[in-house]
Every structure is written in structure tokens, then in C-alpha cells.
Design a protein around this ligand. Sequence first.
Ligand code: ADP
Length: 473
Amino acid sequence: MEIIHLSFECYPVAKAGGLGDVVGALPKYQVKAGHYAKVVMPMHRTKFLYQNDWDVDFKGRANLNNWWFDYTVIKERHNKLGFDLYLIDINGLLDRENIYGYGDDTQRYIAFQVAFVNWLDHWEHKPDIVHCHDYHVGLVPFIMKYSYQYNRLANIPTVLTIHNAQYQGWMGWDQSNLIPAWDSWKGGLLEWKGTINPLASAVKNAWKVTTVSWSYMEELRWNSNGLEALFEYERGKCSGVLNGIDADVWNPATDTFIEKNYNAGTVEKNKQVNKEALCKEFDLNPQKPLIVFIGRLVGEKAADLLPDAIASSLYGMQGYVNFLVLGSGEPNVEWQLKQLTQTFPGSYNAMIGYNEALSHRMYAGADFLLMPSRVEPCGLNQMYAMQYGTVPMVRSTGGLIDTVTDMGDWQGWGIRFDHANAGDIVHAVSRAVGLYYDDKKGLNRMRKHMMTIDNSWEKSVQQYLNIYQSIKF
Ligand code: ADP
């Protein structure tokens, strides 16, 4: 099968979160399974662009209303990522340093989508599947079906994968003329609650919809930032496919970022070596349990609870536990987390920013990884942690329910709690501290067990292929 993945992120080209990880891995494993998967994304000005060789594949011209623009499709020359990678450049609009966060993001998203559809319209053959990831490319299924200029593409099956339904790309009707002229009877298929909603439009128009865990799929029917009724109505074409982890990137036995490699057999000894190096770097005590948080410092991740929960834990259990935080996001949370380093030197530290290499060292060196998320579609951090023998401490929501069991359950290996509040986190911390000091044997059993759990992409790839097969001609 020929599958085109459309996305704004793809690791290691450009990544802001889990979306990038998935789009960097899924196509590679589809290729390994014997299919022809490609990624098409904007040409962001990232390091990857300058460090690799590119060929011009196509040059075209398209329009947003009466603004005409030229676009160029370039292809990475050496198949470095294990799949064909195409970048679309639109001068001045897509060739920027950041992936998101510009005042004209809506125009950028639409221009990328229009350029893609325009390019596809020039192909001599048709791909089997166009697989769209998140709302940034959510108008593509509609455009392919109902824009007059492109209705030659109407029969190509489209799949939408939702990595996060909180963000939907809302835009006013005054911008509707940016979408290539469409059948006005079909306006309802762009709309939700009075505005153009690209995510809702993709749910309505894609042939199949998936999200990245079963529990999140369920959750969307009662909690999806306004789209609940839509998910209820469309449930027949929706399913959950759990993300996998890319063992080429996330494997403590081969990871080149970490101090000492290890596997399930050597975790007990070698994890401590990684922990000592990490603690030295951040002025922490390697004899005490180390709890880390890695992620975006936003409400969804319940990062606002961290300062209070960490301070309360350290006051209550001072001398018995260490914390280390890596993340960036809301300035107020960043500031509070930074301030706290002055209150608890030697027991707490924080690195504000985005640092891929450090995240690897933290997964390897920590004893526990905290994820109090309010919303977690799948969550990759807990899966990486498990792969590195680090016990996940998670709130029971979305993908965290599907991937972590509580250590109180039979053969369980994690710590789960129900509420996103500081009290539940502090209680989870006390369970972690108890486990660390009072049940070393149990802790090591969990570590070894987690490291052998199969969270590979191979399983999920098959499920995606079954979905494609069900709609392919
Ligand atoms: P989301 O996509 O909602 O941010 P996920 O758990 O699906 O959450 O994926 C998060 C990914 O981003 C993981 O690979 C995690 O290690 C990485 N990550 C998040 N914040 C940082 C950071 N500040 N530095 C390095 N890696 C980070």
C-alpha cells in the first residue's frame, strides 16, 4: 500500500511533542512491514534541513483566494529516516524557525494543505491512503472531497489520527474563502458550533478516525473541548490505536545519550550509574529516590500543580526524596518552578527549556516519572520511562489507563492516582518513597518486568493496516 502521512511535525526533522515522535516512527515501521509510506510536512527552518541533502521534486503554483503563491516540494536524498520525506516550501510562510506560534498560523496551515492537494492533483497515479495527523491538516479530507478544483481526488480514502483534541484550529467564516472554492451546500461539513472547526471537519469528512489510545477514544465522547456530541455521533468510524515507541531511538541498551547502557538484566546496577551522573549534574543526592517530570508546562499536563505538590512533598518528606523537572511552557509555572530551586537546594532542581538529550538521561537516571496529566491522549513519556525501568506515577486518564497498572494490582508495576490535585500527587510520592526504601526487591521486580513489556510499533502498525484495508479500493 502507498500511504502518505501529512503532519506539521516529524522527529527528528521538527518536534514539539508526541505528534512528532509518532510521525517519525509509524511510517518507518510501515515500510519495514513492506508498505510504501511517506511523510509530507512543511519546510520548517530546522537543523535537519541544513544538515541533509535535498532534491527538488516538484514546483507548483496555487492560491488562497486571490493571493497566488509558488511552492516547491523537496525530497530528502538518502532515505535517512527509513521512509521518503518530502518538505513543502512556501517562501515566507512555512520556512520559519518555529513550528507553531505565529499570528498567521491559520494561513500557514491552509497554504500548506492547499499546496499538498495541488501537488497530489499533479500525480499520475493515486496513493492508497492519505493519513492526516491533527487539526493543522484537518481540512484536507474536505478539500479533497468538496473543492471543485480537486474533485479528481475525492475517491482517495483519508484517515484522521487525533493526537490531541484540545486544539481544533477554530477559524471565523470570514476566512472561509481561503479554502479552495467548494460546494456551498457542504458548508456544514466545515463547521461546528458556528465557526469553521478544522478538527471537527476532519472527523466528519475523513473515512476513518483514530486516536492514540482506547480510553482516550471513550473519553472524547464526554470530554473533548466541545466536540463530545460529534464523537458520539461518529463513533461508528472511530477507533483507538495505541502509539508504539521507536526502539531505534528509545532503548537503554543502545542509547548514546546516556552514561551507561543497560538492559533488564543489568538495570539494577547500571541505572544507579546513570542516576549518579544525573544527580551530580543537578546537585541532587543519588542515595535518595529521584522523581522526575518531563513535559510541556501546561494545564493539560497539570504542570501548574507541580510547585505546590513538590513543595508539600519536600516539606513533608524532606531529606528522603529528590525532584528534577525538565520542561517549558506557561511563564508563570516556569517562574514558580525556577524559584523553588532556591527553597530546596540539594533536593530539587529544574531545567526550563527543551532538551532532547537531557530527557534521555532523565529517563535513564530517574527512579520514578511523574505524570499527573489532566488530559493524556496516549502519553509517550510513561512508555519511555517503562522501557528504561523507571516507575511511572500517573493519573488515571486516557492512554495512561491503558499502559500503566498500579503496583497494588496483581503483577502491577506503576503508581496510579485518580485526581489531578496536589494531595493525590503527594500521596503518590509517599507511596514511591515507601517502595524505594522498604521494598527494594519489589522495585527491582517492577523495573525488570516493565522493561520486557512489548510497546513496540509492530503491533500498532498492523492495526493501522487493518483500518486502511477496510477502506481501500
Ligand atoms: P505531548 O505530545 O502531549 O507533549 P507525549 O507524552 O505524547 O506528550 O510526548 C511528549 C514527548 O515530548 C516525549 O518524547 C517527551 O520526552 C518530549 N518532551 C516534552 N517536553 C520536553 C522537554 N522540555 N525536553 C525534552 N523533551 C521533551
